[in-house]
Design a protein around this ligand. Structure first.
Ligand code: GRF
Length: 224
């Protein structure tokens, strides 16, 4: 077990996190870099990919993190195999990072309030596919990203943290996506830290951050 130094002289067990990916894995890489800091309260102990060719698997390999490919097509089969792999590694919390499959309700319930996702919009606006395209079509002045606890309804669930970025004249989907992605890479480590520090309490549909001002769940100036 690796220990994280929370305060000089006090070492606490780090939260063992499993990350589920399907593709590029840039958010996985951001989490790997955060976990490389001695004082960070979480460690990634398993990466599961739903696709054998996911580029993100190389990030796990480079960081010597065990990985597994779970490619079962049906929801229940995928959930059972993923759940077994996570429990076999003693995983305590699961982070979805560009994971493109819908999880079955039993999996979501089994990991309730220990299962988080990042989505490239300011939820509850623009859930689902192509959120950047949706933001451009709606003409919003700000968009951003959200880390939230997962619930059975896709891209819904109590919000842990958000970062806002401007939508600029001349943006197309790719430019806006890149600006949001830079914010995602800072927001996800911040949100996972709050979870690992056991600071999050779900009250109804909302997350209360213990002993903190609301600002802990906001990433201000994400592009600075
Ligand atoms: C990110 O924009 C994430 O918010 C969304 O899918 C994208 C995944 O990117 N869910 P990456 O695989 O982490 O690079």
């Amino acid at each position: 077990m690796r220990l994280g130094i929370v305060q000089p002289g006090i070492a606490l067990a780090r939260l063992r996190v499993g990350v589920l990916i399907s593709g590029r894995g840039s958010n996985l890489q951001a989490l790997i870099e955060a976990c490389a800091e001695l004082a960070y309260p979480a460690e990634i102990a398993l990466v599961i990919s739903s696709r054998p060719d996911a580029a993100g698997l190389a990030h796990a390999a480079r960081a010597a993190i065990p990985s597994a490919i779970v490619a079962e097509r049906d929801r229940a089969g995928f959930a059972a195999a993923a759940d077994q792999a996570l429990r076999a590694r003693g995983i305590e919390a699961v982070a979805l990072a560009g994971f493109m499959r819908v999880l079955d309700d039993a999996f979501v319930e089994a990991w309730r309030d220990r299962l988080v996702n990042i989505h490239p919009s300011l939820l509850p606006s623009f859930p689902g596919l192509h959120p950047q395209r949706q933001a451009l079509a709606a003409g919003v002045r700000f968009s951003g990203c959200t880390v939230h606890f997962v619930r059975p309804e896709v891209d819904r669930g109590p919000i842990i943290a958000q970062a806002a970025v401007p939508v600029l004249a001349g943006d197309d989907e790719d430019r806006l996506a890149a600006r949001i992605l830079a914010a995602e890479h800072r927001l996800y480590p911040l949100a996972l830290r709050l979870l690992a520090e056991r600071k999050l309490r779900v009250v109804g549909d909302r997350v209360v951050i213990a002993g903190a001002t609301e600002a802990e769940g906001m990433l201000l100036n994400p592009l600075a």
